[in-house]
Design a protein around this ligand. Structure first.
Ligand SMILES: [Cu+2]
Length: 184
């Protein structure tokens, strides 16, 4: 293979990689099933970002999301939206959020969400941000939040359940940018 064709093959591979949708993770911890934790890329200089996910309680007793933490930001707060003099504002939840038996707690754009406060660096599309969730009964659960495009409204638009091609062992072309992985 000439270096020219190898370069083209790498470029084609990189394009395939970029086009492939991220498969959002599902994590089970005890009676809780956590699906599609995701966030959005932030413009440089932005200090906050939203975090979204769904938590289903398959048990027979209620649990409670107490707090969350991440290495990507100074704080990770639980926020709810409320009307204040006709203006939608968000505020931090004091005592966590209950997840009733058989119920699903949804954190999504426009509603309850996690808030990364004082980001250490902008979040970039396609990277994964480690978040530790703390529950009253299920304890601590480690998750990875998939970072979608700026302004994304859903965890994976046009998602097709298809595994990503294997990652090359080392970057063989300057066109290939390895994903940053935040430490857990
Ligand atoms: Cu918020």
């Amino acid at each position: 293979m000439t270096s020219m064709t190898r370069g083209l093959a790498c470029a084609a591979f990189a394009v395939t990689l970029l086009a492939a949708p991220l498969s959002a993770e599902t994590i089970t911890s005890g009676n809780l099933v956590i699906t599609q934790p995701w966030s959005r890329a932030t413009p440089s200089g932005a200090k906050v970002a939203g975090g979204y996910l769904a938590i289903e309680n398959k048990g027979s007793v209620s649990d409670r999301l107490l707090s969350a933490s991440t290495t990507a930001a100074k704080k990770l707060e639980i926020h709810e939206m409320s009307m204040n003099d006709g203006v939608m504002t968000m505020r931090q939840v004091e005592n966590g959020l209950a997840i009733e038996p058989g119920g699903i707690l949804k954190l999504a754009p426009g509603g309850m969400h996690l808030m990364f406060v004082e980001l250490k660096a902008p979040l970039r599309q396609r990277e994964q941000v480690p978040v530790t969730l703390k529950f009253e009964r299920a304890g601590e659960v480690r998750t990875l939040f998939d970072v979608q495009a700026v302004g994304a409204q859903t965890p994976a638009p046009n998602a097709v359940p298809k595994p990503l091609p294997p990652m090359p062992t080392k970057a063989s072309s300057p066109i290939f940018m390895p994903r940053r992985r935040w430490p857990m």
